[in-house]
Design a protein around this ligand. Structure first.
Ligand code: AMP
Length: 592
């Protein structure tokens, strides 16, 4: 197929402002395209060589392009750069300079789509020493056979600046008309695309096998599925209105979405944007492999950073440091350990679960996952009660989550790949403010450490003082901020305070491994004060069934040996801090 057929259409597409017209041009192009190269035509039109998830980039830099243009037009690089300074587009520059070079065009071979694709593929795969020269050579060989118009698009493609603005959906429209028998085919084509994230493959399938082939299209382990997305609401009432009388509320973990493809030979991980990020998370791959019992599966999960000794969730900023790394991956995995929370199954051992309802998928998920220390299924509550939902939300937040993911449990609650809809709703707080002051809290209990912290305490249960009732209410479980010396010191320091039961002046809903009598006061700072059903500080003061918790608490390093338990921060002060947080939020809202 002649490459000029494509570039003629590119010119038309660039000149039009109407989407429908753009689709018509693409339909004409596809109809002229031999079936054998339809996938290549589709990729090239989007400025790619492969679907995005393959992660192959062309890697032509401006400098390299200048060199290739200079060589193939017989100019000095300086002249090319001067023209580029005027045009601002190396594609235009290549076209300009080629137009001036008349003679050689008489001998040129017509460029084919296959040759262009092949040369770019070689350019993309050229690595190591000598690869720059090789890339220049391949580019020159294309330019030598190009018309000025073709050269313009070849340069833009190579530089990753084709930017015709042909959206996936426009190409799907065009494919439906060109090969699927009309617009009615669109839905089936879109589904095939959502299941494979590969437009070239969809094009090839419909070109060779027609609509029937598309209807038979199957999920393949190794090809990412376009993720289902959520709408957003900020009140429980609205949620029940939109999602039904009863909903499933899951913890919304604040991490990275991982779509895991498990086969007999490997585990592949795809990000929310479907990049292959397997190599960045060897630890998550292992946890997933160890906990998924199916031989082949595609499951969705959220991967979060955790404190290895306490198992507590850490803020998003931690896991984000693990993303995009090429080096020191093992070292980072040691420093920032992760845990995986599965929330959906899309495929398992031959069964496509995307058309099953939420509750059926959840049942299957529970069947194929065996819980391990680092991998488990998302926490879930099925409820039709607004108050219960809000309590669950506060519980999720105080444990380090972002809020809840509300999921419809109705008969049409299938997994809608690639779509945003009301079947999934994000329920997050609208605003958040920071805790600016540290607080002094009394150690009332402790949890045994695991792993590196075995033999010491993993986390301490801390309480604020309630002057009116003369009791101590818990506000957080704190496992962060302690150095190894702190841990050893605390073990000794707390020994004399150990008792076999909860102290009568301690009010706690949690049961730690060890209880203490009142004595040691520590300084702690957190991210913010949140409502929580787990802690007893100021219970019911703001909301029935909820107390306050300090989110992401961290020991500052200050042992307040100067303070008696009764000198600790009071529950009333925590309430005031919460209220001033709210005021700050209100001010921010008014200001925006
Ligand atoms: P957002 O990124 O704010 O649009 O929220 C959607 C994201 O929440 C998803 O892409 C997932 O990465 C993440 N998430 C965390 N927990 C869950 C869960 N239980 N179910 C679905 N998505 C979740």
């Amino acid at each position: 197929m002649k490459y000029s057929l494509i570039t003629d259409v590119y010119e038309e597409i660039e000149a039009t402002t109407k989407r429908l017209e753009m689709t018509d041009f693409l339909v004409d192009l596809l109809k002229e395209t031999p079936k054998e190269v339809v996938d290549k035509v589709v990729y090239l039109t989007q400025g790619k060589l492969y679907p995005d998830y393959v992660g192959i980039e062309l890697g032509v830099a401006d400098k390299l392009a200048v060199k290739a243009i200079a060589t193939s037009t017989g100019r000095q690089e300086r002249e090319v750069e001067e023209d580029f300074a005027k045009s601002g587009d190396l594609g235009e520059t290549a076209a300009n300079l080629l137009t001036k070079k008349t003679q050689a065009t008489l001998f040129r071979q017509p460029l084919t789509v296959e040759a262009v694709y092949d040369a770019f593929d070689r350019i993309a795969h050229a690595t190591g020493p000598g690869s720059i020269d090789l890339k220049v050579k391949y580019l020159c060989s294309l330019l030598n056979d190009s018309s000025p118009r073709e050269a313009k698009y070849i340069l833009r493609m190579g530089l990753g600046k084709l930017r015709l603005g042909v959206a996936d959906m426009t190409l799907l429209d065009a494919l439906s008309v060109a090969y699927g028998g009309g617009k009615e085919a669109r839905e089936a084509l879109e589904r095939a695309y959502n299941l494979s994230s590969d437009l070239g493959l969809v094009a090839k399938t419909v070109a060779h096998q027609g609509l029937e082939g598309i209807k038979r299209f199957k999920i393949t382990v190794g090809r990412p599925i376009r993720p289902m997305l959520a709408e957003r609401l900020s009140s429980a009432e609205e949620i029940f209105e939109k999602a039904g009388e009863k909903v499933a509320a899951e913890y919304k973990y604040d991490g990275l979405r991982l779509q895991a493809h498990i086969s007999r030979k490997e585990v592949l991980l795809f990000s929310r944007r479907l990049e292959n990020i397997t190599d960045q998370f060897p630890d998550a791959c292992k946890y997933i492999k160890d906990s998924v019992k199916a031989k082949e599966a595609i499951v969705e999960s959220e991967c979060i950073a955790v404190d290895p000794d306490t198992g507590e969730m850490l803020p998003f900023q931690m896991i984000s440091q693990r993303r995009g790394r090429k080096y020191e991956i093992e070292k980072m995995a040691g420093e920032i350990p992760v845990a995986v929370f599965f929330f959906d199954v899309l495929y398992a051992d031959g069964v496509d679960y995307t058309l099953y309802t939420y509750l059926d998928r959840r049942r299957e998920l529970e069947r194929i996952i065996s819980k391990t220390e680092r991998a488990q299924i998302s926490a879930q509550l099925i409820t039709g009660d607004a108050e219960q939902l809000d309590r669950y939300m506060n519980q999720a937040i105080s444990e380090g989550c972002e809020g809840l993911m509300i999921k419809s449990i109705g008969p049409d609650s299938i997994y809608k790949a690639g779509a945003r809809g009301w079947a999934w709703i994000k329920y997050k707080r609208e605003y958040k403010s920071e805790m600016t002051d540290a607080v002094d809290l009394v150690v009332v209990g402790a949890f045994h450490g695991r792993g590196k912290r075995a033999g010491t305490y993993g986390a301490l249960l801390l309480a604020a003082y309630d002057e009116d009732a003369d009791v101590f209410h818990t506000v957080c479980k704190c496992g962060s901020g302690f150095t190894d010396e702190d841990l050893a010191k605390l073990l000794e320091m707390l020994k004399p305070y150990k008792i076999s039961h909860r102290h009568a002046r301690v009010d706690s809903k949690l049961t730690p491994d060890v209880w203490f009598t009142l004595g040691v006061v520590l300084e702690v700072i957190g991210a913010e004060i949140t409502l929580s059903p787990v802690h007893s500080c100021c219970a019911n003061a703001v909301r029935l069934g909820s107390g306050f918790a300090i989110r992401f608490p961290r020991f500052t390093g200050n042992y307040r040996l100067d303070k008696a338990p009764e000198d600790a921060t009071t529950a009333k002060e925590i309430l005031e801090m919460y209220q001033s947080q709210l005021k700050k939020i209100t001010k921010e809202v008014v200001a925006t």
